[in-house]
Design a protein around this ligand. Structure first.
Ligand SMILES: [Zn+2]
Length: 356
């Protein structure tokens, strides 16, 4: 790296470097920590706490929940507070390549940080007595990206977890966004036109997309109301999440809901007023005829006419190029025509009643 390198070249020079020294867990995998963790998470799978149940499931004894992986090597609250205090005092560490990437981005104004993705791959179940050590490599650093939060760079670390024998037990890719505060959607969708007299309306807040929920928003772009359906027991669930609360299966498929339902409950939002929305804003918990509920805005209704039990139907609004959402409105079809529509096509109702 020389002084003549561009900022991107300086960043890219870190890719492939070991992030920092290896970190060893302060304790081996142990049953007390597993027990606290599953209670805190509300996970009732018996193989984590009951040796007989674990053996019945084919394990040699209790196993640790795979998603506890990071817990075994975390440095703890005190070390984190010490690092925060050092940074606040202007003594930011530049010891490791990871520190230097952070310092380089901070120095260029990308001072805010948010974790965006975490992908873990498990080679085998962890059992009490395993003692983990992790090493990380800077996997990739993106060019400058414009995001809803602000202008920034995505930094991905790839971490390997090994046991006391050096055997690889898990890998993780962890991505953060380092961004410039005040440059996101809330600061105005197009800073380039500032000063022309009219301020463009800010965009609606972006949903936090995950592997679990992105199908819902992709479906909304196609004006389909998609709901998670457990393929093991058939239970519907919303909002999207990884496993079925009834049978704990991770297997699911999207079900296209009719969009018909009733208002189970609602609130009228007056304050605080966010510029991206119109007020008063009716927000309803809609019970779908398929049997699950979701929260959505309701249009074509006033706070005075909204009522629990009111029949509603979903339409879709394209708020901008990147965001479409179901918005409910009072039902227009009768029970008879509803049955007819369901037998032929269900797509016309939503299109005819779309609003801007
Ligand atoms: Zn299920």
């Amino acid at each position: 790296m020389t002084d003549g390198d561009t900022f991107d070249e300086q960043l890219q020079a870190f890719v492939g470097q070991v992030s920092g020294p290896a970190t060893r867990g302060s304790h081996p995998v142990n049953e007390p920590m597993i027990e606290h963790w599953v209670e805190a998470m509300g996970d009732f799978n018996p193989v984590y706490v009951d040796a007989d149940a674990a053996r019945a499931a084919g394990f040699s004894g209790v196993v640790a929940p795979p998603t506890m992986l990071q817990a075994w090597v975390m440095r703890g609250l005190r070390a984190s507070l010490d690092a925060d205090a050092a940074r606040d005092a202007g003594r930011e560490s530049t010891e490791t390549p990871n520190d230097r990437v952070t310092a380089l981005l901070n120095g260029a104004g990308f001072t805010s940080v948010v974790a965006t993705n975490c992908d873990q791959h498990y080679e085998r179940p962890l059992v009490p007595g395993d003692h983990l050590e992790m090493t990380s490599v800077i996997d990739s650093i993106s060019g400058e990206k414009r995001t809803g939060l602000g202008v920034g760079h995505f930094v991905t670390n790839r971490t390997e977890y090994r046991d006391q024998n050096g055997e690889l037990v898990a890998t993780m890719r962890f991505r953060i966004l380092k961004f410039k505060p005040g440059t996101g959607a809330a600061a105005g969708s197009d800073a380039g036109t500032a000063g022309e007299g009219s301020t463009p309306r800010p965009l609606r807040p972006r949903p936090a997309l995950t592997q679990d929920n992105s199908f819902f928003f992709e479906g909304a772009k196609q004006h389909k109301l998609l709901i998670q359906k457990c393929t093991a027991c058939g239970t519907l669930r919303h909002p999207p999440r990884p496993s079925c609360a009834r049978c704990r299966s991770f297997e699911w498929e999207p079900l296209e809901a009719s969009g018909r339902g009733t208002i189970f409950s609602f609130v009228v939002n007056h304050y605080p007023q966010v510029p991206a929305f119109d007020y008063p804003l009716v927000v309803a918990l809609v019970e779908l005829e398929e049997g699950t509920r979701l929260v959505a805005n309701v249009s074509g209704i006033t706070p005075e006419t909204a009522a629990i039990g009111m029949a509603v139907e979903a339409g879709f609004e394209d708020f901008d190029d990147d965001l479409s959402l179901p918005v409910f409105h009072p039902a227009t079809s009768t029970a008879t025509t509803t049955a007819t529509t369901a037998a032929t096509t269900t797509t016309t109702t939503a299109d005819e009643t779309r609003t801007n």
